[in-house]
Design a protein around this ligand. Structure first.
Ligand SMILES: [Zn+2]
Length: 165
């Protein structure tokens, strides 16, 4: 928060108080009118500082909420990413393909599956799904970034296993 906004609010209110004290010494109606105008402008300035401080605080509350969400997301991902291991899933089918596979020891109740290496590097889990082209070639495709890894297999998707630890 901008501390000068609070200071100028306090200064403005103090000035308004000093002006109000001066009312006791006024002799004529025109003196009073002059002081009223002075007082009004001091009050308006204090109000505008108070409003600015308020909106500053609201922006900070927003920023803190956003950061908390980001921290929660990063923590959740740290937990998730440790459940996977980088492997070559089909050495007999397509030796060059790599993906992250769910570790056997971390499976909980989930079936074996592969997740995208690009999305993994970007901090998210995207499960790869088999896709077949018209000539029967099967690839595993990421629904998020659309990257594909060849399986070297035709017509049927090769099996996916848990990764050993
Ligand atoms: Zn992806």
């Amino acid at each position: 928060m901008d501390i000068t906004l609070i200071q100028s609010t306090i200064t403005g209110l103090k000035l308004a108080g000093d002006i109000a004290k001066g009312f006791l010494e006024l002799k004529s109606i025109s003196d009073v009118q002059g002081k009223v105008i002075e007082l009004q402008s001091a009050i308006l300035a204090a109000q505008s500082s108070a409003l600015a401080a308020n909106s500053d605080q609201a922006a900070m509350v927003d920023e803190i909420r956003t950061l908390k969400e980001e921290i929660a997301r990063v923590k959740a991902w740290e937990k998730q990413k440790n459940r996977y291991k980088l492997i070559t899933p089909w050495t007999t089918y397509a030796a060059g393909s790599i993906a992250y596979a769910l570790k056997e020891s971390m499976k909980e109740s989930e079936p074996p599956h592969l997740i995208c290496t690009k999305c993994y590097e970007d901090g998210r889990k995207s499960i790869l799904n088999p896709l077949q082209s018209s000539d029967g070639r099967v690839v595993f495709s990421c629904p998020v970034c659309k990257s594909q890894i060849p399986t070297g297999s035709r017509w049927t998707a090769p099996p996916v296993a848990y990764a050993p630890d």
